[in-house]
Structure formats: C-alpha cells, structure tokens
Design a protein around this ligand. Structure first.
Ligand code: SF4
Length: 347
C-alpha cells in the first residue's frame, strides 16, 4: 500500500500521522509516546523486553556491515553529516567504488560474520547510470548470500522498481527527527520528500528501513514525534535504525550538548514497544557508548548492530571488542534476518 497521496491532495507530514484511512491498526499520538518516555525506566524496559520476546529470539542480534560506496561531496545540507559539500569537515569527495571493490568488501564482511550488507552513497538522488551501477552491486552482493540494503537519497519514478528487480531487500531512508525540528537540521529536502521516497520503496515491494537520529539538540517531545511518525507509517518500517549523533567538527551540530545515555536507551525501548515487529538497529554512535549502555539497549530490544569495518578483515579492535561484549552478555549473532527463526551462530 502506498503512503504517497496523489499530488493534487498532498497532506502534510502531521496529517499523514493522524489520517484515519492511513492504516487499520493502532495509531500512536505524540502524547502517548511521551507517556512512555515518562515511565520509570525499569517499567519501560519491562514493557520493551516483553514486546521483544513476543516477536524475536531473545538474545539474537543481527550483524550488519555498512560500506560507503560513494563518499563525500553531497549537495544536501543535513546538519549532522560530514559528507555534505557545504561543511568543512575534511571529508574528500570520491568517485563511486568499482564493483569488484564492493564485492570484496561484502565478502570480507560475510567472512567476519555479517549477514547483512548495507551500501550508502552521498547523493541527493541517484542519476540513472548511478542507479544501474548500484543495481549491479546489489546483484553481486546478493549472490554472496547476504541480505542487501542501500541508501542513495531520494528516489524518482521507476528507480525503486529497478532496485527491486536487482533483488534489493531493504532501502534505507530516515525521517531523522520530528516534523517540527526537521527544519532546524535540514533545509534542502522536506519531510514530505522523505515520505514520498518511502512510499515509492514500499510500492515497489522493498522492505522499508527508516529511523532517525537522536542527540541533535532536539527535545524529548521531538524524539516522541519522530517515533510517532515512524510507528504510524502504513505499515510501520520493517527496520528502524536508531542513531546517536556523532558530533563531527565542522558540521553545524558539532557543539550540541551530549544526550543522557539513559534517554537513548529509552528511545530504543520505545521504538521496540511501538514497532514490535521491526528490527531495531543500534546504529551510529555506538563507539562512544560504554558497554553498560549498550547492554541496556540490547535488553530494551535492539537486535541489530553495525559490525566492524568491512575493509579490514583482521585485527580490527572493534570486531574483537564486539565479540568480547557478546560473550559477556550471552548474545549470539542471528544467521540472517531476525524476522526469520534462524539458527544462532557464534561470532
Ligand atoms: S543526503 Fe546523506 S550524504 Fe547527503 S548530506 Fe544528507 S546525510 Fe549526508
């Protein structure tokens, strides 16, 4: 089902949330999500754990790998992003990686234990020849037996269908934050632009991966607004990355105050409660989190992480740290999409 309306009757993002015809199930108001935020932490975690155990193996975590296939020089102005050409962050503009390099990285990620391979490109929207090059990457990575996800910016007519024909499993396009705070972070594309791309992805039969970033200076109500937007998509996303801002020098958000780690844990828990069937991905910012915070995130329902650097196959301290953490927490890697009852694997 589409979440895109006809152009002549385009509703605002807020109207999309409350539109009674948008879905048959429960709609989350921002206040209802705020009420979850206001629960005692232990009560919130209890609810999240219960929701998690109804739909997923309790201690299975999917290992994903992320490769930038086209880095830097992006014309957009996302205030958190070091790849924007508008900010002086020291990130060089590079050409798209050759197919062989992408395949090599995907194989290395698989060998290191990943079951999902994500490819990101710093584009406003892919041009036709760029999309075909990505489609080639998707076919090749799929042939290795990996789940595929790409994030390429806004999609135009027919582009999602081309990716689906190539075998793409998930398309990532985040809403980032609440509709109210969005304009403080990005001005070069609108919230509705993002919803339109999500509709194209859904209409093409590709799983939607859609989440946001917290710690960008937004209020708790903005975080609740983001969660309500995500949970009220029709249907909700299959995959929800929750990112913690990495404050990069040179970006407009370089100096925002650091978010309370327990507020981040609450956001993970609320994503799990409001979107119980989604894979909740503990994404950017994990490197700066202590292990106790990560452990709480897993307890709260996070069941996917980005794992290691796909260009480094051995001796990567992050891989070793994650293996040690999983061992200490009694977690295991799921052998594939956690929606499936996959056999556990060690990492
Ligand atoms: S569109 Fe993507 S790559 Fe471009 S500035 Fe925004 S987040 Fe960065």
């Amino acid at each position: 089902m589409s979440i895109c309306p006809p152009p002549s009757a385009k509703p605002t993002a807020e109207q999309r949330v409350i539109a009674p015809s948008s879905r048959a199930g429960h709609l989350w108001s921002v206040q209802a999500v705020m009420d979850l935020y206001d629960l005692p932490l232990a009560d919130l975690l209890d609810q999240a754990r219960s929701a998690h155990q109804q739909h997923f193996q309790a201690n299975a975590v999917q290992l994903s790998s992320l490769l930038s296939i086209k880095t830097g020089g992006c014309p957009e102005d996302c205030g958190y992003c070091p790849q924007s050409a508008r900010f002086d962050t020291g990130v060089a503009t590079e050409a798209m990686l050759p197919l062989a390099t992408v395949v090599q990285a995907a194989q290395a990620a698989k060998d290191a234990g990943a079951s999902r391979f994500c490819m990101g490109a710093a584009w406003r929207s892919p041009k036709p020849h760029q999309l075909e090059a990505v489609a080639d990457c998707v076919r090749a990575v799929k042939a290795l037996g990996l789940e595929t996800c790409v994030t390429l910016g806004m999609l135009r007519d027919g582009q999602a269908e081309r990716l689906r024909e190539a075998g793409l499993d998930y398309y990532n396009h985040n809403l980032d934050t609440s509709p109210e705070y969005y304009g403080e972070v990005i001005t070069t594309r609108t919230y509705d632009d993002r919803l339109d791309t999500l509709g194209r992805v859904r209409d093409a039969g590709i799983h939607v991966c859609c989440g946001g970033i917290v710690g960008m200076g937004e209020t708790r109500r903005d975080r609740a607004g983001l969660i309500a937007q995500l949970a009220n998509l029709a249907p909700p996303p299959d995959s929800v990355p929750i990112n913690h801002l990495i404050a990069v020098p040179g970006t407009p958000l370089a100096d925002v105050p650091t978010l309370d780690p327990l507020e981040f844990v609450r956001t993970i828990a609320i994503a799990r409660i409001t979107m119980p069937r989604a894979v909740v991905r503990l994404s950017a910012g994990r490197e700066a989190m202590d292990e106790a915070t990560q452990a709480l995130c897993f307890y709260a329902g996070a069941n996917s992480i980005f794992y290691g650097d796909t260009l480094l196959t051995r001796g990567n301290p992050q891989l070793e740290a994650d293996r040690a953490l999983f061992s200490r927490l009694g977690l295991h890697a799921s052998a594939g999409d956690p929606h499936l009852a996959s056999a556990p694997t060690t990492i």
